[in-house]
Design a protein around this ligand. Structure first.
Ligand SMILES: NC(=O)c1ccc[n+]([C@@H]2O[C@H](COP(=O)([O-])OP(=O)(O)OC[C@H]3O[C@@H](n4cnc5c(N)ncnc54)[C@H](OP(=O)(O)O)[C@@H]3O)[C@@H](O)[C@H]2O)c1
Length: 312
């Protein structure tokens, strides 16, 4: 396939590139001729994905860095290795994300959904920001979700769902509570609510970052990819089974789900466009809660505190 000259000298890094929407986004960027850096948890899956993208596109410039993004030490190692090997980053796509049926904590002792879906976006972007600014015009894309609309405000008092985990109907380890929510009120399931909180955080972060990056030549936008039949929620009990069946029946393909991320990364139409929320390759409004500038500032402050490198 002919490579698109407009991306031929661009370096793009995408997280969660070993499956689903991220893998298809990486494939699309590789087709446009970009140098694509894949990030995934497993070295083996990274190797397989990189090789398959090289073979399918004829683009040899596919690299990978394995890193578990729920660990801040791993994010720091990834960023260090990246800047050691690259002095430019034109497109950063924060895409890796998950939902956890039961509340669990990361190696840093942070609730897992918040650690992976929001803090990883925040910390990786921060660590790569000097390189991104030096590469301007450059673009940051944060994969959010329409699910952000399920919560009326970001819960700054309990961002890690500590107080929402106490009863069998809380966000704890109760299999019975989780199964009942899944069957009777899936949209009220505590895991779904926590996921929605983190996807709202993606938007608050995107808009605040856009305000802070004014005049730098770096744009930042958020994406709702659609309801996608991916591997999302695999291995998550009844809730995961239910959601994957539902997505299998009514979801769009991963290829379709990657289109808006690829559009935002490559299209001249969005040159200079920043601080927007996109779906189906068009800017669309996001919820009133996502536009709360005070909440965005407080979330930023909290994220700085939670990602501060601990003193030796
Ligand atoms: N699917 C949907 O309907 C939907 C809708 C709206 C928004 N989204 C968002 O789209 C994004 C991608 O979701 P998807 O549907 O493509 O999910 P997916 O098929 O489960 O793929 C997720 C990707 O993230 C990686 N990942 C998971 N945990 C990780 C970790 N701790 N460290 C590093 N990488 C990790 C996975 O790596 P492995 O290969 O190691 O598992 C995989 O490459 C997420 O942010 C999600 O919130 C999805």
């Amino acid at each position: 396939m002919a490579l698109n000259a407009s991306m031929a000298d661009k370096v793009c890094l995408i997280t969660g590139a070993t499956a689903g929407i991220g893998e298809q986004t990486a494939l699309g960027l590789a087709r446009c001729g970009a140098r694509v850096v894949l990030v995934g948890r497993s070295r083996e899956r990274c190797e397989i994905t990189a090789e398959s993208i090289r073979r399918e596109t004829g683009n040899p410039a596919i690299e990978f860095f394995p890193a578990d993004l729920s660990s801040q030490a791993e994010i720091r190692r990834l960023a260090n290795e990246f800047v050691k090997n690259h002095d430019r980053l034109h497109v950063l796509i924060n895409n890796a994300g998950a939902m956890f049926a039961h509340r669990q904590e990361s190696v840093d002792g942070i609730e897992m959904t918040f650690a992976l879906n929001h803090l990883a976006y925040f910390l990786l972007t921060d660590l790569l920001l000097d390189t991104i600014k030096a590469s301007a015009p450059a673009r940051i894309i944060n994969v959010s979700s329409h699910a952000h609309e399920m919560v009326k405000r970001f819960d700054l008092e309990d961002p890690q769902a500590r107080n929402r985990g106490r009863s069998i109907f809380g966000y704890g380890q109760s299999k019975l509570g989780s199964a009942l929510f899944t069957l009777l009120a899936p949209t009220k399931h505590p895991a779904v609510i926590q996921y929605a909180q983190t996807k709202l955080a993606n938007l608050l972060f995107t808009y605040e970052l856009a305000r802070r990056l004014k005049g730098t030549g770096v744009t930042v936008n958020a994406v709702h990819p659609g309801f996608v039949a991916s591997r999302f929620m695999a291995g998550n009990g009844t809730l995961g089974w239910f959601m994957r069946r539902w997505a299998g029946l009514f979801g769009i393909s991963t290829e379709e789900g990657a289109k808006t991320s690829i559009y935002l990364a490559t299209s001249p139409e969005v040159e200079g466009v920043t601080g927007k929320h996109f779906a189906k390759c068009q800017a669309i409004p996001s919820s009133p809660a996502s536009l709360d500038e005070e909440a965005a500032r407080r979330l930023w402050q909290l994220s700085e505190e939670l990602t501060r490198e601990s003193q030796p």
